[in-house]
Design a binder for this molecule. Sequence first.
Ligand code: ATP
Ligand code: MG
Ligand code: MG
Length: 558
Amino acid sequence: KPAAPTNFIKQIVTEDLNSGKVQTVVTRFPPEPNGYLHIGHAKSIWLNFTLADEFGGRTNLRFDDTNPVKEDEEFVRSMQEDIKWLGFEWDGLFFASNYFEEMYNRAVLLIKKGLAYVDDQTAEQIRETRGTLTAPGKESPYRGRSVEENLDLFERMRRGEFKDGEKVLRAKIDMSSGNINLRDPVLYRILHATHHNTGDKWCIYPMYSFAHPLEDAIEGVTHSICTTEFEEQRPLYDWVVRECEMPNVPHQYEFGKLRLSDTIMGKRYLKQLVEEKRVDGWDDPRMPTISGVRRRGYTAEAIRNFCSDTGVSKSGGVIDLSHLEHFVREDLKLKAPRTMAVLNPLKVVITNYPEGSVEWLDAENNSENPDMGVRQIPFSREIYVERDDFMEEPVKGYHRLFPGNEVRLKHAYFIKCEDVVKNAAGEVVELRCTYDPETKSGTGFTGRKVKGTIHWVEATHALPAEFRLYEPLLAKSGADADGEEDEEGAAAPSFLDKLNPNSLQVVHGFVEPNMKDAKPHDKFQFFRHGYFNVDPKNTTEGKLVFNRTVSLKSSFDP
Ligand code: ATP
Ligand code: MG
Ligand code: MG
């Protein structure tokens, strides 16, 4: 028995099942293959798949590929990969373009019923005569064409007798309707373009608002879920299903889009960033694409938990990015080994440690998850520490290394800073420290306490590594372009001047030697630096590259 509904769409589904209006719930995820999927799509995927799943129904993946100009096989492939990665399995896999013949026949039916006509006006004229919210539209001079003439012209449109834009097929509804979507919307346009699936078979293509309800009806979709921008289109959706006499009657329901603070989401904006090479492809770890956050180190489970936690409402609203990051940390907390990496190294020589000798120390892999076991890390006379962990003249409350101060080396010993070595330019290039063998970690030493604990790596065994640290692509307050991609393809507002120049910072340092076997997508928590993912694109045999997935919530040291 299904659980009590937790959102308004589940409420509707529950009622439809109880009343017998619907026997089996069928939903679909209908992306247009014109880019890569992003976190907003993840929300829609999660909603459609979990909804049907909860009620024992089915979910189709349908490529809404009715616009040949923007669509590509690469996107069809990547979208399937991303949905699978998110952990969902579709029942049917469909392409809207496989329904072109049926759609054409339904349009012919509308013409025969006197409910559609061929218009010779230009797109601009049609726009201009559509009217406004307060003024009715103006009827086209071609609106009175006979059924015979319309049938003939529509067939000749299909045969390719006319050029792009010369004619369109319009629904004949009501030019003075209070809903502008019902003022004789365009159903078909001429486009002499090669389609990724149907090749050059067609030169007329259905508009979204005609095609989408037919696609849903053909597949027997019961609950067609979309976002609130389409609310005003619902009467047209119902009109198309009814007047085309579709045997299955789907219903459209709208929920509020997911928006994320500091994040640009519209596919068309993301595409622009890719095409202008402002990012390293669709899967750049700064991109909000599924492939981007995957490369960054986000997990599918974290994304699903985030979708579930943020719920489904009519209003949607902007959700703080930190909310998503919270779920990433929560998921990685017990899974990612905690190891040490020095991002900005400063050499430390431990002067009283025997030269040439190395000892191996036990280090637990995850203090919150003992099941992850223990590894061995080397310790010797030379180590690297973080440059930030030393201040020649400490500020008030600084408890890390400074001349005369003693700190704890994580998993090792207390060391005390005795001396500072500088180069000719006066920069600190090395610290000279002493260690106290009595203070070895794990021996239960209680003789004295120190306030600071710092991380380190042993210098002769350390592996060099590159670390990529990220900030949002858009500087604060720049992320207001969410990008509605309409079929007319209106120009994007300029958001490029809001790009954050510091969105990527590359630093070079060292990791523990046991990282030599790290594989792409292995995840680690580097002590005090946060969670990192082995980059699948730039990591090579001799060069480890880590993407910072997310920093730790709070910095370790006071
Ligand atoms: P975008 O322009 O951002 O890529 P879109 O709506 O044009 O979005 P489609 O491929 O048409 O992209 O979308 C597939 C499905 O994903 C649609 O049902 C759409 O409503 C849904 N969707 C897109 N963006 C979001 C979002 N931010 N939140 C929730 N659902 C979304
Ligand atoms: Mg779209
Ligand atoms: Mg879009």
